[in-house]
Design a protein around this ligand. Structure first.
Ligand SMILES: Nc1nc2c(ncn2[C@@H]2O[C@H](COP(=O)(O)OP(=O)(O)OP(=O)(O)O)[C@@H](O)[C@H]2O)c(=O)[nH]1
Ligand SMILES: [Mg+2]
Length: 648
């Protein structure tokens, strides 16, 4: 990225008709990958001083190329040294086509095999074998090497890949190679430019006047200057200050382009290779993933059930454990459902391909596909694998149904789309079909629920209400808050609320005060409790309005008395006027009548007048007046009170 003032911006987004592709090199050290790229593009991708000095590539290099057919290509040149396979992995993730470079004078070598394995594990199916340094090979030898290569590729998706003889020295084979690239790319489908943006960061640096700049291959979507993006896994909000594609400032970049983005909102220190820039909210960081793991056929022994590994996804390398969910081990060449548990979060999406390398020594041993990007820790052979199998290969509808059945609460279309790794439109359509088929409940407040969950929730609420009535026959029913918190383990608050409201609306439960009872089950307070309540009322009334403080007598009631008290409150026969005082409803009613009479004569009421009317001291007058304000007998203004609406 060459520094340029913002005014130099104003380049245009690559026209939609322009075909784009990312092409990567692969192959053993010193086999001529960088020389090939230089021959095709004129760009020397070995830019580090150490690379120049040692004559090898260490990190990724990038160069643009427009093919004879007009495809705009970003070439990613990778290092071949076995110590830098991790750098190779950081660049090869998003490529459409691989150039497997094999020096004709040396033939197939260890990193030829390892890079080929990686390409295969990442699901890259388009490739060209470039037999380079053809100027150094005799014809017979060349034929031998070709036979070797064919044997190597036989069981791979590259079995039919063209073999092109090439020399970076003489330029021989260049036209054939370019033609082969065009032929291979002819079948490449354009990437989803309308999907949420996703870019694995493979380089970070600063440019004077523009601050932090990151580069990467835009895997999907579009990025324009001014866009807000999210930097994951840390979750920083950033804004794009400037977009460049191959050194030229443009208004926007689209999927399939090598992209450099100048960012607002993060320092260089906050970004590293392996991070991701994504459309805000489109992906989540996750340390536990359910996957299909494939072990390479040349792995020397049985794979152990839980093994420390290096997990490579996008440009990230994260240490973790690969735990088989089925079987006690895995034979070379086999595959199994497995769980990846990472020491730091990755940013996976459903369907992503990843590579697994052994922890030490680092060696490519396998890879696989992400099934559940955000998973919870599972027990080995702990069951639930049928569900995982549905998520692996079921239809979108089957997967949505499976997810809703496991979802303890209502889920929005957006959340389900994210989990399914599909577009919201497609997910909404499938959900609509499921609802029509009666398999899920039509959306409640825009959120969905499996029918089984819904039935279970209603059943649980009903059961709890009945159990409470059975346990406490003297009480009308369970307080709603207690019911909700008692069911917390089975359903969250949102689900409880909708299930409860539905039961209420359907007339299956009745609500009186804050207590809930099954509808149609008559309730009468037991006669002995009513008698005890009457006695308590009589005691309170005996004191006139100067009742004893509640705390003074409440403690002496005992368990049965406490029940009577709460029955009195529930029936409204006792009223807690303040923290200190409880009155009977009859006492308050006669007070209300007196107040009504007062207001017939005078529109206002002072504390002194109230004391006179009620015959109590200030200690009682104040809480009684405040009670009057609350229930609408009086309306307070300053020290005076006017007539409330409920005193007539
Ligand atoms: N004679 C001849 N020499 C070549 C050719 N291509 C590359 N070389 C030489 O081979 C050496 C290695 O070439 P590079 O292009 O650096 O090899 P590389 O594959 O990029 O190596 P790494 O990136 O370190 O894996 C250099 O000295 C090149 O000049 C070729 O076609 N003919
Ligand atoms: Mg090189």
């Amino acid at each position: 990225m060459t520094p340029a003032p913002p005014s130099a911006s104003g380049g245009i987004t690559t026209p939609p008709a322009t075909r784009l592709a990312v092409v990567g090199t692969a192959g053993h050290i010193d086999h001529g990958k960088t020389a090939l790229v230089r021959r095709l593009t004129g760009v020397d991708t070995d830019r580090l001083p150490e690379e120049k000095q040692r004559g090898i590539s260490i990190d990724l290099g990038f160069a643009p190329l427009v093919t004879p057919a007009g495809v705009h290509i970003g070439i990613v040149d990778v290092p071949g040294h076995e110590r830098f396979v991790k750098n190779m992995l950081a660049g090869v993730g998003g490529i459409d086509l691989v150039l497997l470079v094999i020096a004709a004078d040396e033939g197939v070598m260890p990193q030829t095999r390892e890079h080929l394995a990686i390409v295969q594990l990442l699901g890259i199916t388009r490739g060209i074998v470039v037999l380079t340094k053809s100027d150094l090979a005799e014809r017979d030898w060349m034929e031998l090497v070709k036979r070797d290569v064919r044997a190597l590729l036989a069981a791979t998706p590259l079995a039919e890949a063209p073999l092109i003889e090439f020399s970076a020295m003489t330029g021989a084979g260049q036209a054939e190679l370019l033609a082969a690239i065009d032929a291979q790319l002819a079948g490449v489908a354009g990437r989803a430019t309308d999907a949420p943006a996703r870019l694995p960061v493979d380089r970070v640096f600063t440019v004077e006047g523009f601050g932090t700049v990151v580069t990467g291959t835009l895997w999907r979507g579009t990025v324009r200057s001014g866009d807000n993006l999210e930097l994951l896994p840390d979750g920083h909000a950033v804004r794009v200050r400037r977009v460049q594609v191959h050194g030229a400032t443009v208004d926007g970049a689209r999927a399939g382009q090598r992209t450099a983005l100048a960012l607002h909102g993060v320092s260089k220190e906050q970004v590293a290779r392996g991070h991701w820039l994504v459309a805000p909210g489109s992906l989540r960081a996750s340390s536990v993933l359910d996957v299909r793991f494939e072990l390479l056929p040349d792995y020397p022994r049985q794979w152990k059930a839980a093994t420390r590994v290096r997990f490579h996804l996008g440009a990230s390398e994260i240490i973790g454990r690969l735990v088989l969910l089925e079987g006690s081990g895995l034979a070379p060449g086999g595959s199994a459902l497995a769980q990846v548990r990472l020491e730091k979060p990755a940013v996976p999406a459903r369907g992503d391909r990843f590579v697994i390398r052994s922890y030490s020594p680092s060696r490519t041993v396998g890879g696989g596909t992400v099934i559940e990007p955000v998973a919870t820790k599972r027990k080995r052979r702990g069951g639930g694998l049928e569900s995982l199998a549905v998520h692996e290969s079921g239809s979108l509808e089957a997967r949505l149904l499976e997810r809703l059945a496991a979802e303890p609460t209502l889920a929005s279309t957006a959340v389900l789309a994210k989990a399914a790794g599909d577009s919201e439109a497609a997910v909404a359509e499938s959900l609509g079909r499921l609802a029509k088929g009666g398999e899920i409940v039509a959306p409640i407040q825009g959120r969905w629920l499996a029918l089984a969950r819904w039935a279970a929730a209603e059943e649980a609420v009903t059961r709890e209400v009945a159990a409470y009535a059975h346990k406490y026959p003297a009480r009308y029913g369970v307080p709603k808050g207690e019911l909700k918190s008692g069911l917390k383990a089975t359903m969250d608050g949102a689900l409880f609320d909708v299930a409860f409201d539905a039961l209420l609306a359907a007339g299956k439960v009745a609500l009186r005060g804050e207590r809930v009872r099954l509808a149609g089950e008559p309730w009468e307070p037991p006669a002995e409790m009513v008698a005890a309540l009457e006695k308590l009322e009589a005691e309170l009334e005996a004191a006139g309005l100067a009742v004893p403080e509640t705390a003074a007598w409440q403690g002496q009631l005992g368990a049965a008395g406490a029940e009577v008290l709460s029955l009195g409150y529930f029936l409204g026969r006792l009223v807690r006027v303040s923290q200190e005082f409880t009155y009977t409803a009859r006492q308050l009613e006669s007070l209300r009548v007196k107040l009504a009479a007062h207001f017939e004569k005078k529109p206002t009421l002072s504390v002194a007048e109230f004391k006179e009317i009620s015959g109590v001291s200030r200690k009682y007058a104040v809480p009684l007046l405040e009670h009057g304000d609350r229930v609408g007998w009086t309306v307070r203004s300053g020290d005076e009170r006017g007539r409330g609406g409920r005193v007539a």
